[in-house]
Design a binder for this molecule. Structure first.
Ligand code: ADP
Length: 304
């Protein structure tokens, strides 16, 4: 398989320079959640295509329910897709057995979730938390201690080594969470809304830390976020709408300007969060403002 083959959304990936190595590739990725009796089926990813360059920080943005967490959980090795390819490095993790998936989680990926309780064990100190992934790998004590020190230095919290999470600030907790995610020397770090719970000043500092770690260690990072400060940093930003990546660009993506699809029958497909408002109407007008800009005009509903 070629590592830089164009995808169905090829023109969206013009930002990838050919000479850089594509490290993650999703092709026609589908995830359908089903209940136990397979009666309720919820499509979360609908043929998602994505490429990520090695060592890059990439953002996934999109409205709530668009599939960000599902995508991140698949990349984190917590969830198997229903169909499609998910290549990380030279392996298709979508084909993994349960034991291979456990091994992938232990050795190859690190995660930072939005909620601190999901990243850290509350009864353990910062240093003990950082050691958990290394203990799981059976790393000898001396090596573990040296690596823990190295990681505490990387996130500049050596002086907080023996503090428990309740004795740390929100920003410090996320920095320790990042150190935990890096403990197994992962190839990829997946971060779900890492600044979601933080005030703007702390959030800015965390972003600086992510950049520093990315620079120092060259680790590929993929972040789901609503944080405009993150979007403003000029990372490669993928807009996810209804389970598909609809555009890729660098820098700020205005969530108000959400792309829509026109299907093979000429029907306009709009994002789920707007669907309620527009559903079953036949009086919507598309007005042409210019060659590139069309506005969707929705007449006031007299009954409401
Ligand atoms: P986001 O992170 O962008 O908010 P999610 O990946 O959480 O989106 O959800 C995508 C869609 O999948 C939503 O319609 C959501 O309700 C649905 N969904 C997510 N997790 C489950 C689940 N465990 N069971 C059923 N449906 C789910």
């Amino acid at each position: 398989m070629s590592t830089s083959s164009p995808t169905a959304q090829g023109k969206n990936f013009s930002l990838i320079e050919d000479k850089k190595k594509i490290f993650i590739e999703c092709r026609d990725l589908i995830k359908i959640y089903a209940d136990e009796k397979n009666r309720v089926r919820v499509p979360a990813l609908r043929g998602l295509e994505m490429q990520i360059t090695q060592g890059e920080i990439s953002l996934v943005v999109g409205p709530s329910g668009s599939g960000k967490s599902t995508l991140l959980n698949i990349l984190a090795g917590n969830l198997l897709p229903s169909a499609g390819l998910v290549r990380v490095g030279d392996t298709d993790i979508a084909k993994f057995s349960r034991s291979k998936m456990v091994d992938y989680r232990k050795r190859r990926v690190g995660v930072v979730w939005q909620l601190p309780q999901m990243n850290l064990i509350w009864e353990l100190s910062a240093s003990q938390n950082i050691q958990v992934p290394m203990r799981i790998l059976g790393m000898p004590r001396e090596e573990r201690m040296a690596r823990t020190r190295e990681l505490l230095e990387e996130v500049e919290l050596l002086d907080r080594a023996h503090h428990k999470p309740t004795q740390l600030s929100g920003g410090e907790i996320q920095r320790i969470s990042l150190a935990v995610a890096l403990a197994n020397r992962p190839e990829l770090v997946v971060l779900d809304e890492p600044t979601g719970e933080l005030d703007s000043q702390t959030s800015g500092k965390i972003i600086d830390f992510l950049e520093k770690v990315n620079r120092d260690l060259g680790i590929t990072m993929i972040l789901a976020t609503h944080d405009r400060r993150l979007m403003a940093r000029g990372y490669r930003t993928m807009l996810l709408v209804d389970g598909r990546i609809t555009s890729v660009r660098r820098g700020f993506v205005n969530p108000e300007k959400i792309p829509v699809f026109v299907d093979a029958f000429g029907a306009l497909q709009i994002p789920l969060n707007l669907r309620e408002r527009f559903q079953s109407r036949e009086d919507i007008i598309l007005s042409r403002e210019s060659e590139e800009v069309y506005k969707i005009f929705v007449p006031e509903d007299e009954e409401h």
